[in-house]
Design a protein around this ligand. Structure first.
Ligand code: PD2
Ligand code: ZN
Length: 294
């Protein structure tokens, strides 16, 4: 029997988390009222993730002061990266030569050209398009959820290996980064119409948020992001890194990679999707976890 994750359920999950119930308690309560555990875990994870995003998009109430010592000075975890020790112009992905366009060390950012062929970009868009659903955002004043056409993109998730193109690109990424394919989440495809944007945020899960322990059970923290551009908006839609005044133009087949060895702003990986001004924007995002993502 299939069970549907309704807006009411999402609202209830956020209320429970805001009231201080741990994800385990919320999960147990859902299971005891008849939810399949796998559906309940998926509902918890996606709802709390959206909630984190909306929270991250809020302007800070006070200017950040000193960050906790341990978080900024302790050794970080291993993260994926490309072998760029010899400053190669191109790197061999096995089935394709990929261009190295630009690199930055802090934050660690690598811009790649020609990671995907035009045909792969088209195929990913075509197989994602029928499954797009508008992202929900949390209305910051009321805590309720609403659709905001100016500020949200539409999205969908592929599972790993779901289509031949997904499988080929995943294998390419695993080889380039020397990071196990199993440690990757399925691609998320986002479509932005004119006016849509993705406010600056961090991709790691905030350790202080109540839903984070549940999310981390599926493969640990996110440690890197690869945003792949599937088309080219005529104006706008760049990926921005506000801490360092850096912006990557969305060029079909290109990608921007960035890594974060700890879930902390000291990584300088605050990033956003600038508003699309003309045309539309399609991206596929790959998030890499510390361990196997199950
Ligand atoms: O579409 C983008 O440029 C973008 C910007 C920030 C995507 C993401 N974050 C993401 O998918 O996390
Ligand atoms: Zn992001």
């Amino acid at each position: 029997m299939s069970q549907t994750i309704t807006p009411e359920l999402r609202r209830w999950i956020i209320e429970q988390a805001s009231a201080g119930f741990t994800p385990e308690v919320v999960l147990a309560s859902m299971v005891s009222s008849g939810w399949q555990e796998s559906v309940a875990v998926a509902a918890l994870e996606s709802t709390l993730r959206e909630h984190l995003r909306a929270q991250a998009a809020k302007p800070p109430v006070v200017a950040p002061v000193a960050q906790p010592e341990a978080a900024s000075t302790a050794a970080g975890v291993p993260v994926p990266d490309f072998d760029l020790s010899q400053s190669p112009r191109q790197i061999d992905a096995g089935d394709r030569l990929v261009d190295v366009i630009a690199t930055l060390n802090h934050p660690r950012v690598v811009v790649l050209g020609n990671l995907l062929s035009a045909e792969e970009c088209e195929a990913l868009i075509a197989s994602a398009r029928p499954h797009l659903a508008r992202s929900l955002t949390v209305e910051t004043k009321t805590g309720g959820e609403e659709l905001n056409p100016d500020r949200t993109s539409s999205g969908m998730f592929f599972t790993r290996g779901q289509t031949p193109e997904v499988a080929a690109v995943e294998a390419r990424i695993a080889r380039l980064l020397n990071w196990p394919l199993e440690n990757g989440e399925g691609f998320q495809v986002l479509n932005y119409k004119p006016g849509a944007e993705y406010k600056p945020h961090y991709d790691y899960f905030d350790p202080a948020e109540p839903g984070t322990p549940t999310i981390l059970r599926r493969g640990g923290q996110r440690v890197a992001t690869l945003v792949m551009y599937l088309n080219e908006p005529a104006r706008g839609g760049g990926t921005t890194f506000p801490d360092v005044g850096f912006e990557v133009a969305p060029v079909r087949g290109n990608a921007v990679f960035f890594s974060y060895d700890r879930p902390h702003p000291s990584t300088r990986t605050l990033h956003g999707g600038a508003p699309v001004i003309e045309g539309e924007k399609w991206v596929a995002t790959k998030w890499l976890r510390e361990r196997e993502f199950v």
